[in-house]
Design a protein. Structure first.
Length: 343
């Protein structure tokens, strides 16, 4: 792994999200400092910064995680300070005890880390008497609440755009894979070309996983979101398109594998194989059509009417390619059913 890759992200966070995090942190600092005079409101600022997440649902989860971790960490710090005194080594003991307590409670990784961090901060930044500890808990709750309110009130995020992008990329690559296989069937291919065809088909799997993850994030972003009514139909449409494309990915990879396993030079002259190639081009057209409707992106190569109108019907093959032809025909039938909503 290159060093920059460990500290840099492939994509920037939205600028609005950065501004919302800054606004929540400043507001939490000012409000908590006004309500709870005393030490600087570090706990409130940290809580607000962490709670502003890419979705309202994640913000609520982070607020609960942060609050529970701080409460437990502060309680551990106070108890250890009362029992062992204000020695420097008590800070190290607090880390160990906090992590063990979080482990015993089966806390999430984030909550467990928060317990230890809170215990250390309480012991390192100030007195650990009960009044100080209670103020830090209240301060954290104030910061978490402000972060959640800011994320809900200022353009609560809906993650449908990344899902639309990833599903569009999957659809376009799936259509390209169908066209590549269709072009390969009526021609002779070298071993290197066959392997390249297989590698390109296998790339569909990680693209499918990325699209599914983005779609899951988009669905979760609607939870507790006041804007969900305006975006629910968009996300449902993307879900429907993905459910149509997902099985086709499996079929295309399987067809490519079958073609390579049963390849011989005489395939190019088989009329049934040529008919299947034409149907694959039609399937590629319909995949682009489905993606164009969901991604709302025009594609000059795609006419606005489906190309797969009826399944291909052939006579029982008389050649030595009947195993491959039967396999391709069955996969093609399934693709036809998915793209024409006949499953």
């Amino acid at each position: 792994m290159r060093f920059p890759a460990a500290i840099r992200s492939a994509r920037r966070a939205p600028l609005l999200q950065v501004l919302k995090s800054a606004a929540a942190t400043i507001a939490a600092w000012l409000i908590a400092g006004w309500l709870i005079p005393g030490p600087l409101p570090v706990f409130a600022a940290i809580a607000a910064l962490l709670v502003v997440q890419p979705s309202v649902n994640q913000s609520l989860s982070k607020a609960l995680e942060r609050s529970a971790g701080v409460i437990l960490g502060v309680v551990i710090a106070v108890l250890l300070s009362l029992l062992l005194g204000a020695q420097s080594w008590v800070v190290l003991a607090a880390v160990v005890v906090a992590m063990l307590v979080a482990w015993s409670l089966r806390a999430s990784t984030g909550t467990g880390n928060q317990v230890a961090i809170s215990a250390v901060l309480v012991l390192a930044l100030g007195s650990s008497n009960p009044d100080y500890a209670l103020d830090r808990i209240l301060e954290t709750l104030i910061g978490a609440a402000i972060g959640f309110v800011v994320n809900v009130a200022i353009v609560p995020p809906v993650l449908s755009a990344p899902a639309r992008r990833d599903i569009g990329m999957l659809g376009r690559e799936l259509a390209a894979s169908l066209d590549r296989l269709a072009d390969a069937l009526p021609t002779t291919r070298t071993g290197a070309q066959l392997q390249e065809l297989m590698l390109e088909a296998r790339l569909l799997r990680p693209m499918k996983d990325a699209a599914e993850a983005s779609l899951t994030a988009a669905t979760e972003s609607l939870s507790l979101n006041p804007r969900r009514g305006r975006h629910r139909d968009d996300v449902d449409e993307l879900q429907a398109v993905f459910e149509r494309l997902s099985p086709v990915v499996t079929q295309v990879i399987g067809m490519t594998r079958a073609y390579i396993d049963h390849y011989d030079g005489s395939l190019a002259t088989d009329p049934t194989v040529r008919a299947i190639a034409e149907q694959l081009h039609r399937a590629g057209h319909d995949v682009r059509l489905a993606v164009r409707e969901a991604a709302q992106e025009p594609d000059a190569r795609t006419a606005p009417i489906p190309a797969l109108t009826t399944p291909l019907v052939v006579r029982p093959p008389a050649s030595d390619h009947w195993i491959l032809v039967g396999s391709l025909m069955e996969d093609l039938r399934r693709i036809h059913g998915e793209l024409r909503d006949e499953t």
